[in-house]
Design a protein around this ligand. Structure first.
Ligand code: ADP
Ligand code: MG
Length: 458
């Protein structure tokens, strides 16, 4: 075949291949446009999981009549004009590709009214054919309706999943956006039924209510707010206590300058922050917002902008890691506490030559009465703040009193809210480990550099 320039419709459709994967990607692009337009409230209605209809309505700035056609044109955007703008980007969009791409694989109508205009204007695009603009009734803001997604691209249509699955993707995308922008009201309906309605969240309390609505009550009960800023880098959010760890990485929400991102560097840094308090196979749950000068991050690295690049990635990584680690340590026991705590019988590790084997022997031989001494300490090391009921009864320590030993390995203890099972050996290891860390911090560990380094994993 000879080389030729592709027809415009086909160019849009190939672009759509990258950014419009399924109804949820349409929702993401449209809602991001609403946010860029300064909307305070965004509502999304879908039918048939988005395959039949996606409608996004906002109260943002709108599109003037004579720009309606441009809005649907390829590489037309109101968000950047120069390379400088691109490098200091704060808007969600900038490529001017979403609307023409979506319009090329659906039947789209765009209705909008700007401040000062007596009525709205509507333009329609039917698989690439423009129609309008014509006058239309509309409040201030914009409504975009996308019908029959992929009606003219059967191959893509075949990849669409059941209505329920597509709806769950739409739901997930909107939840990410709701955690990115607490200040905006979000609504989702499916086939006329409300899926969720989240009022704009004011203050920390409001944000935590939204957090609970999006991530579940249980997450919020176990989560603690944290915040830290240094040298133009800020990190804030909620970290779930280790007790609320998960088998999958399904509750890890990372945002950079209010954009939801699936960034490996950030996830790795947070994970590392948890390394001391979480079993290897478990996944932490958290919401983490990074804010920094937009010039220090490149968002033009992924078609859907889910991945980004930090200019000084090592610094960001270490900042996130240290902040998370410190925030978690804060909720646990302080190093001083551990150093002061009475030692477990016989196990005087610091400064002596006690071998691992002998300590292990000791721990396995511990009688319940010995365990009792360090139960409260163990609890403080690991636990979230004790439940209210326990606080009210100060005579019962959070982990209660030991009742018996099971299989020579577990301590059964009772507190005001029920039965507690403690793995003695693990508890002992933890305490020994914390004591080692404390010694290290206090520089009481004797060290000797080796000529040939030996590395080993523990
Ligand atoms: P981009 O977001 O990259 O600029 P889009 O194709 O998503 O490209 O949108 C094209 C243009 O249409 C935007 O730059 C914006 O000016 C306008 N636009 C789209 N959606 C809205 C909206 N909901 N409110 C106001 N303007 C909008
Ligand atoms: Mg856009």
């Amino acid at each position: 075949m000879a080389i030729r320039i592709l027809p415009s419709q086909l160019i849009d459709q190939t672009a759509a291949g990258e950014v419009v994967e399924r109804p949820a990607s349409v929702v993401k692009e449209l809602v991001e446009n609403s946010l860029d337009a300064g909307a305070r409230a965004v509502s999304v209605d879908v039918e048939g999981g988005g395959a039949v209809l996606i409608r996004v309505t906002d109260d943002g700035g709108g599109v003037p009549r004579d720009e309606l056609e441009l809005a649907l044109s390829r590489h037309a955007t109101s968000k950047i004009a120069t390379l400088d703008d691109l490098e200091g980007l704060l808007s969600m969009g900038f490529r001017g590709e979403a609307l023409p791409s979506i319009a090329s694989v659906s039947r789209l109508t765009l209705t909008s009214r700007v401040a000062g205009s007596e009525h709205g204007w509507q333009i329609a695009c039917n698989g690439g054919e423009l129609d309008g603009p014509r006058p239309a009734a509309h409040g201030y803001g914009t409504t975009i309706e996308v019908r029959d997604l992929f009606f003219n691209t059967p191959a893509r249509r075949k990849f669409q999943k059941a209505e329920k699955t597509e709806l769950s993707h739409v739901d997930a995308v909107l939840r990410n956006l709701a955690l990115a922008r607490f200040d905006v009201e979000f609504k989702l309906t499916s086939n006329g039924r409300t899926v969720f309605a989240l009022p704009a969240a004011v203050g920390r309390e409001g944000q935590e209510r939204r957090g609970a609505a999006v991530c579940g009550e249980e997450f919020m009960q176990h989560a603690r707010y944290f915040e830290r800023a240094i040298e133009g880098l800020c990190l804030r959010g909620w970290l779930a206590a280790p007790a609320f760890s998960r088998a999958q990485a399904d509750m890890q929400f990372t945002f950079v300058n209010d954009r939801f991102v699936r960034d490996k560097l950030l996830r790795h840094a947070v994970r590392l922050g948890y390394h001391d308090v979480l079993f290897q196979a478990r996944q932490p749950a958290y919401v983490a917002h990074v804010a920094l000068d937009p010039r220090r991050v490149d968002v033009n690295a992924h078609p859907a902008k889910l991945e980004i690049r930090f200019r000084d990635s090592q610094l960001v990584h270490d900042f996130v890691f240290c902040t998370v680690e410190a925030a978690l340590a804060d909720t646990l026991v302080s190093v001083k506490d551990v150093a002061r705590a009475s030692p477990v019988r016989g196990a005087t590790l610091a400064g002596t030559g006690a071998s691992y084997a002998s300590v292990r022997q000791e721990s396995l031989a511990l009688a319940p009465s010995g365990v009792r001494e360090y139960l409260p300490l163990y609890d403080r090391l690991h636990a979230r703040p004790p439940a209210a009921a326990v606080v009210d009864a100060p005579t019962v320590p959070p982990l209660g009193f030991a009742l018996a030993q099971l299989a020579g390995i577990y301590v059964l203890a009772q507190n005001t809210s029920g039965l507690i099972i403690v793995h003695m050996h693990a508890a002992h290891e933890r305490i020994t480990y914390e004591r080692l860390k404390a010694s290290l911090a206090a520089q009481r560990l004797q060290a000797q550099p080796l000529l040939v380094p030996v590395s080993f994993e523990v």
